[in-house]
Write a protein that binds this ligand. Structure first.
Ligand SMILES: C[S@@+](CC[C@H](N)C(=O)[O-])C[C@H]1O[C@@H](n2cnc3c(N)ncnc32)[C@H](O)[C@@H]1O
Length: 286
């Protein structure tokens, strides 16, 4: 059977699935190709022949996707700035949109003699590992409340041969005190969904991402952000930056929090491969 037929059949199955959040037209074909690539071990060419075993294996993966299971969990990994990161249920799946946060951090770290980066709420090690991979000589530290996330981040670092240290703790809680006053850039992609808005998220996200990765259970989604704004100055170097990734509707509120804490040069930026989110940058208060 030709790959074209196999892919066409899969697209029909995916389009008909009520469990998939069909927010982007044409996404089903990309997903089908991605899964077939995973089975074949190489990029599928529609003219290629697919064996019966390959078709069976592919159909099994398509059936899993049709139940709403996210592609990264089916494949066991996802790509982030060219790094293949292992993913695991229970730990937030890195999103393409966060590549912009990593980029903004790198811009502010490059050119420093001994750049120090701290990635709060690091999840699978996402931003920390991208920075460690791309900024020469950077001292990179990641931390997360979830021991499972930290375990996965360490596994990812080892597997990729990237140097970064990971700690478990509540925000800055698990960090070595020697880092105080030395960090050039703190990044944070926090759980920022207000508690009452959780129900509005696509089912796929609600079903598969643990609640603590989506919300800090505060009514305005600003709980962790406010704490990080209060606590970061003690860890930042005199001209260090705090970088926060949030949804566009949170920008005004987050800027208000940062102004209230005396941060300087507060700006919101958007960009990257999927400009769905905003990165707010702010310099340490004097
Ligand atoms: C939206 S996910 C972001 C993960 C990662 N930075 C990324 O972009 O892929 C939010 C992360 O915050 C972590 N988290 C939640 N509450 C926390 C806290 N109080 N202190 C540290 N991390 C926390 C969660 O475990 C989760 O990994």
């Amino acid at each position: 059977m030709k790959a074209r037929t196999v892919l066409d059949d899969a697209v029909k199955v995916l389009k008909a699935s009520p469990a998939i959040d069909h927010w982007q037209r044409g996404r089903e074909r990309i997903e089908a190709e991605d899964l077939l690539w995973h089975v074949l071990g190489e990029e599928p060419d529609p003219r290629d022949d697919v064996t019966v075993e390959q078709r069976r294996a592919f159909d099994r993966l398509v059936a899993r996707r049709a139940t709403g299971e996210p592609i990264p969990f089916i494949k066991g990994s996802t790509e982030f700035r060219g790094l293949e990161l292992l993913v695991r249920p229970g730990v937030f799946v890195p999103r393409d949109a966060s590549e912009f946060l990593a980029e903004q951090a790198m811009r502010r770290l490059r050119g420093r003699a001994r750049p120090v980066h701290l990635d709060l709420a690091t999840g699978a090690g996402t931003i920390a590992l991208a920075v460690a991979n791309e900024v020469r000589g950077a001292d990179v530290v990641g931390t997360d409340l979830s021991a499972d996330a930290v375990k996965l981040a360490r596994t990812n670092a080892k597997r990729l041969g990237v140097r970064a240290r990971f700690f478990t703790g509540d925000l800055f809680g698990g960090l070595p005190r020697t880092l105080e006053g030395t960090v050039d850039v703190v990044t944070l992609h926090p759980p920022y969904v207000p508690m009452h808005e959780l129900v509005d998220l696509p089912e796929e996200i609600r079903e598969w991402e643990p609640e603590h990765t989506l919300t800090d259970r505060s009514p305005d989604g600003l709980g962790l952000i406010s704490r990080s704004a209060r606590e970061a100055p003690a860890w930042l170097s005199p001209n260090g930056w705090l970088l926060l990734e949030v949804s566009p509707d949170r920008v005004r509120h987050v800027k208000g929090v940062l102004r209230g804490e005396g941060y300087r040069d507060i700006r919101s930026t958007k960009g990257g491969p999927v400009p769905l989110t905003r990165v707010i940058v702010a310099r340490r208060p004097r």
